[in-house]
Structures are given as C-alpha cells and as structure tokens.
Design a protein around this ligand. Structure first.
Ligand code: NAD
Ligand code: ZN
Length: 392
C-alpha cells in the first residue's frame, strides 16, 4: 500500500469442483451419466442445453446427431435441447477466427442459454477450446461441459481449464481460464479417429510421465507395442492416468490459472507451438509436441542435466509409439537467417508473462526449470535430431 493512502483490500477465495467422468456410450439412452451431470432434481426447470459438435466427428460418426436427439428425447422430463446440435469446423480451423465464437454466442443468445443452462462441446481439443471460450464469455460465463473425442483431448487438453482461439499468428492468444462444469470421457467416441489422431495423444502422456511419474513412463514403455497398434485396454490405461496427472496438477499444483511464469506441463511446448505455426498446422499439436519433447530432451543431455542413456530411452519410446522426430521445419530460417523455431522461446515467455521459464529433464520422472536457453546448444540438439535415422 502506498504511504498515506487508504485502501480496502480483501482476499476473494473461490473454489471450483473439477471432475472428469469416464464412461462408454454417453448417448446410449440407458446411460445416466450425462443426464445426472446436467440435471439438478431440486431445480425448478429442466436442464437447457446447447450442443456444439465437431464437423469431422459428425461426418465420421453419421449416427451421432440422431443419437443425441434420441438421448434428449428419452430424458425429456429432465433435459431440454435449445435447438438441434450445432455442427462446426473441427481441427485448428475451429480456432482460426472469432467468427466461430460469435456463431456459438448467437446460438447461446437465440437458444436462451442462461448462466444455469449448459453449452456442451463434443469434439477434438481445438473445437473444445473454441466452444469453451464462447461459453466463458457469453453472459460472462455459462456452464460448459466438455466431451473430448480425441486421445489427446481426453488425456490432456480437454480435461484442463484453458479455453481460447489463435490470433495474430499466435496459438491461444485470445482466451480465458474457465474450469468446465464437467468433462465426460467416452472411450467409444475415439473409434472413428484416424491412426494419426489416435496416436497424437500418447505424446502428452509421455510428457507428463517424464516430468512427474517414472512408473507411468515405464508402463508406457512396457505397453508401447500395444499402444502402437491401438489396443483398447492399453489406450484406456494411458488416457486415464494421463488425465489424472493433469487434473492433479491443476488442483494441487498451486497455480491453476497460471499466474506465475512457470508451466511445467508445457515441457517441450515452446518449440511445439512454433512448429505448428511454422508448418501452417501440417504438424498437429501432438506431432509437434513429440518433436519438442525430443528437442528439449537432447538439450537437457547437452546441458549436462540428463544422462545420455535416459535421453536415448525417451527418444526410443517416442519412435516406438510411431512418432517422427525429425522435421524440416526445424531447419527453417527467418528473414535474418536465424533458425525460425528459436522465436518460439520469446513467444512462449510472452504468452506466460514474466521471466522465461523452460522445463528440462534431470531424470526420467524428474524435471528442473531454467530461465535461459543457450541457442548454440539448441542448434546442436536440432542437428542431432535431424541426423537420427529412425522415426515413423
Ligand atoms: N486447452 C488446453 O489446455 C489445451 C492443451 C493442449 C492442447 N490444446 C489444443 O488442443 C488442440 C489439439 O486438439 P486435438 O489433438 O484433440 O486435435 P483436433 O481438435 O485438432 O482434432 C484432430 C482432428 O480430428 C477430428 N476429430 C475429432 N474427434 C474425432 C473423432 N472421434 N473421429 C474422427 N475425427 C475426429 C477433428 O475435427 C480434427 O480434424 C490444439 O489446438 C491445442 O492447442 C489445448
Ligand atoms: Zn500439449
């Protein structure tokens, strides 16, 4: 407080319940999970709901929209649809323009979704980020339920508290922290994913295992062959543990809305976000994170933090899971002849604010933070990565 000034100062504390429910066949009429999430028997009205569905999901699962309509009809005593499901672009296109957000806003307005009603996003992490942002900003925040439909979003992005779209050439530049009312992970919704998208989520599990949970890393190593051929039991185990570690981090890590300058769960992400943008999203988030993890693992080795054998284990596991760790985008130069990916460091810092804080590895299951990255060592790590023979 400035000397001589009078101030009123209070601490405002707000608690959030954050729940991720696991089920199968979420829109089977006999499955009560969604009804029970939405409906409060003590409320005077039925639970009014707007659904926004990922276009690629809708195309890949032609029966889905009818199943949604049937579900709400079967539960019409407790649930009420605010119009037919709104089908919107999926993938990074969902986050490319504010127009999509306004489209959802318009349906929230026209469908009379108030702050006790629900907006449900059904789709990949990109669509969920966009829908979550629309829900967080209409009426200053409507209830928002996420039904993630990719491995990555069930294991990672869909179970978090961040929403947003891309702008000014930067990932997630416009967005909001808003914990969802609930997340429902339905493993059956993943059935229609192409192999590339099924695999993409594995990388976030490797990431969180590397910084938090050595035993989980060893499980992924043991089950790598099963995961590479998308064996359902192994996939379920990976998604469950990965989601749990993410939720634990949000709930107990002490900084759910990222007010500090560190973001440990973004290990490997400074390069990944830049690579996504440099390749015009030819590299998906998971694929770019695979490369980003490999790069920061080799950097950790070259900084003398991580033993070489451990670094080999990390890269070998990523390759066994089917990730390609080399990409020419790593060698792209900017106007000044500098490696373009290096700009990702400053963009990463600016996005979080404050001092640059990058997570590195000192062991499998153990991380450390640094506040400066040596560009020469990054170049060496890129050189080592590009000379690797392996990769899918
Ligand atoms: N909010 C966060 O905390 C957070 C964290 C990490 C990543 N993200 C974001 O998540 C996004 C990536 O999400 P993603 O990996 O889920 O990819 P995605 O949303 O881009 O989906 C991948 C593709 O699969 C399609 N699709 C989705 N479900 C399908 C299904 N069941 N069957 C067939 N096709 C389907 C989508 O339309 C898209 O074309 C990125 O924008 C990333 O920045 C957000
Ligand atoms: Zn990620």
């Amino acid at each position: 407080m400035l000397l001589g000034m009078f101030a009123i100062e209070r601490i405002i504390q707000v608690g959030f319940r954050h729940r991720v429910l696991f089920t199968e066949g979420v829109f089977d009429r006999s499955n009560p999970v969604l009804r029970d999430v939405l409906w409060d028997p003590s409320a005077p009205d039925r639970a009014r709901t707007l659904l926004v569905v990922d276009q690629h999901l809708a195309a890949a699962q032609p029966g889905l929209q009818q199943a949604i309509l049937d579900y709400f009809r079967a539960h019409q005593d407790s649930l009420e649809l605010a119009g037919p499901p709104l089908v919107m672009p999926g993938g990074e296109a969902a986050k490319a323009s504010l127009d999509h957000v306004y489209t959802v806003h318009a349906r929230i307005d026209g469908g009379h979704i108030d702050r006790h009603a629900y907006v449900i996003g059904v789709g990949g992490g990109a669509l969920l980020d966009m829908v979550g942002f629309a829900a967080a900003t209409a009426h200053r925040g409507c209830r928002h339920v996420r039904l993630p439909t990719t491995t990555l979003s069930q294991a990672d992005s869909g179970v978090g508290v961040k929403n947003g779209i891309n702008a000014f050439g930067k990932k997630n530049f416009v967005g909001a922290f808003a914990p969802p009312f609930a997340v429902i992970n339905d493993f059956n919704l993943l059935e229609s994913l192409p192999p590339r998208e099924k695999r993409a989520g594995y990388v976030e599990a490797v990431k969180v295992a590397l910084i938090r949970d050595r035993a989980f890393f060893e499980t992924i190593e043991r089950e790598a062959e099963l995961l590479a051929r998308f064996e359902p039991g192994a996939m379920r185990r990976l998604i469950h543990r990965c989601a749990e570690l993410h939720v634990d981090h949000i709930a107990t890590g002490g900084d759910p809305f990222e007010c500090g300058s560190a973001r440990p769960l973004d290990f490997g992400h400074w390069a990944a976000h830049k690579l996504e943008q440099l390749t015009d999203y030819r590299l998906g988030h998971g694929e770019a994170v695979g490369i980003g993890i490999a790069l920061d693992t080799l950097y950790s080795k070259r900084r003398g933090l991580l033993p070489g054998a451990a670094a080999d284990r990390v890269l070998t596991l990523l390759e066994r899971l089917g990730f390609r760790l080399r990409d020419d985008a790593l060698l792209a130069n900017d106007d000044r002849g500098e490696l373009a990916v290096l700009a990702g460091l400053e963009e990463f810092r600016e996005h979080l604010g404050g001092e640059l804080t990058v997570t590195l590895l000192r062991d499998i299951g153990g991380s450390t933070e640094v506040h400066a990255m040596d560009r020469g060592l990054i170049r060496e790590a890129i050189g080592e990565l590009m000379s690797r023979p392996g990769g899918a």
